[in-house]
Design a protein. Structure first.
Length: 140
């Protein structure tokens, strides 16, 4: 696998909890932002997928919190698709502080939902291959 796709984010004060730490739900938002940013960088818009009658779905997510984040911290959120067999794929992500410390690891099991049948499509990689302009971001 090559270097994962990444976006940079600055932790905003309103995202922190009473202890001054980044609220746990915001880690999920950062991960989601990086996933959609990767799709956009590959040339896939949400409307493109909807036009095909499909949409990516998150089936399971695990977050491992490793180091705290506080308002003003600069982080990089990376994103790598990991393809397997069947109807699901994995997305592995890290949220890394500017000092290089990993603040969180996010692992998701995902699929592509056929919006008419309300079932997962059999080959999710095919959906992204057919819609993407830049296939290198997916590490097929």
């Amino acid at each position: 696998m090559g270097t994962p796709f990444a976006v940079e984010i600055t932790v905003r004060g309103y995202e922190t909890d009473a202890q001054g730490h980044l609220n746990s739900s915001v880690y999920m938002q950062y991960a989601e932002h990086a996933r959609w940013s990767l799709l956009q960088a590959a040339g896939i818009r949400q409307s493109d997928l909807l036009d095909q009658g499909v949409g990516p779905v998150n089936l399971e997510t695990t977050v491992r919190f490793r180091r705290e984040l506080r308002a003003g911290d600069e982080v990089t959120v990376d994103c790598a698709f990991v393809w397997g067999e069947g109807k699901t794929y994995r997305i592995e992500q890290r949220i890394v502080r500017a000092d290089g410390e990993v603040a969180a690891e996010v692992a998701s099991v995902c699929g592509v939902l056929d919006l008419a049948d309300r079932r997962l499509v059999g080959d999710p990689a095919r959906v992204f291959r057919s819609a993407a302009e830049d296939l290198s971001l997916f590490d097929f």
